[in-house]
Write a protein that binds this ligand. Structure first.
Ligand code: SAM
Length: 243
């Protein structure tokens, strides 16, 4: 029955690009009366935590889309952060980060590049294989030492890095597995010198304001991490570690 629902969920775009192990996990966690209801609920959750950041035309054309700075506006998070990337790049330079780990990466590598910063080494993960293929094609075309992998970050062992980006990703993780943030931060604390995490201050529809993530600050304090909070645009950033 689970196999049938997973097959149905992923038979069409954009869901067919999502890591199948993750879809399976979601299908086993979400309870529903019928298969049809489960298919609807899992797809709705996938839109919420992943695919709604991109328009459906991206999934139709991503293999052939040409790269240019305008493409940054296609991804909602990158678009909302256009004015903020120069400041994020300064933070990377301040700590002289050579190797960057990016969890739930979206289009970040493209944004760093078009704002003039080419990482020495960049390793990233995302659930969405269309995004992953797009980022890898970009890295190869621009000859950047970067790779993206289509993996669930909760099921992945990370390589150590100087700096980890976890931008707008913790809400998505908590949406699937409550209280998972502490485990992930513990892992990052031992693997990365610095972490830049962020949360959206506005709802997906863009109409409502979201509450401060006091729970996240409590975890940072509990783990004995140094952190500084800054609200930039519609996003609350946490600069964690020695930044
Ligand atoms: C709101 S988008 C943010 C993208 C990017 N970090 C940014 O801020 O520009 C969230 C991203 O995290 C990815 N994601 C969510 N849960 C994930 C997981 N468990 N493992 C890997 N990627 C995940 C989604 O596919 C999506 O690309």
């Amino acid at each position: 029955m689970e196999d049938y629902t997973v097959k149905k969920i992923t038979e069409k775009s954009p869901y067919k690009f999502i890591n199948s192990g993750f879809v399976k996990k979601l299908a086993s966690l979400i309870k529903a009366g019928t298969d049809e209801e489960k298919i609807k609920l899992v797809r709705a959750k996938l839109r919420k935590i992943s695919t709604s950041a991109l328009p459906i035309k991206f999934y139709k054309k991503f293999e052939k889309l040409e790269f240019n700075k305008e493409i940054l506006s296609m991804h909602r998070s990158t678009r909302e952060r256009l004015a903020i990337y120069p400041e994020l790049i300064n933070k990377i330079k301040d700590v002289n980060a050579q190797k960057i780990l990016d969890l739930g990466c979206g289009f970040n590598l493209l944004a760093l590049f078009y704002f003039g910063f080419i990482p020495k080494e960049y390793v990233s993960y995302d659930l969405d294989n269309a995004v992953v293929q797009f980022v890898n094609r970009f890295a190869s075309e621009k000859k950047i030492n970067a790779k993206a992998e289509c993996k669930d970050i909760l099921e992945t062992e990370f390589e150590p890095a100087d700096l980890c980006f976890a931008l707008k990703v913790f809400d998505a993780l908590e949406d699937v597995e409550r209280n998972i943030t502490k485990n992930l931060l513990e892992k990052l604390k031992s693997n990365c010198k610095h972490i830049i995490a962020s949360f959206s201050s506005i709802s997906l529809s863009g109409r409502g304001r979201l509450k401060e993530r006091v729970w996240f600050e409590k975890i940072l304090n509990h783990l004995g991490l140094n952190w500084k909070k800054e609200v930039l645009g519609n996003e609350t950033f946490y600069f964690i570690g020695r930044i």
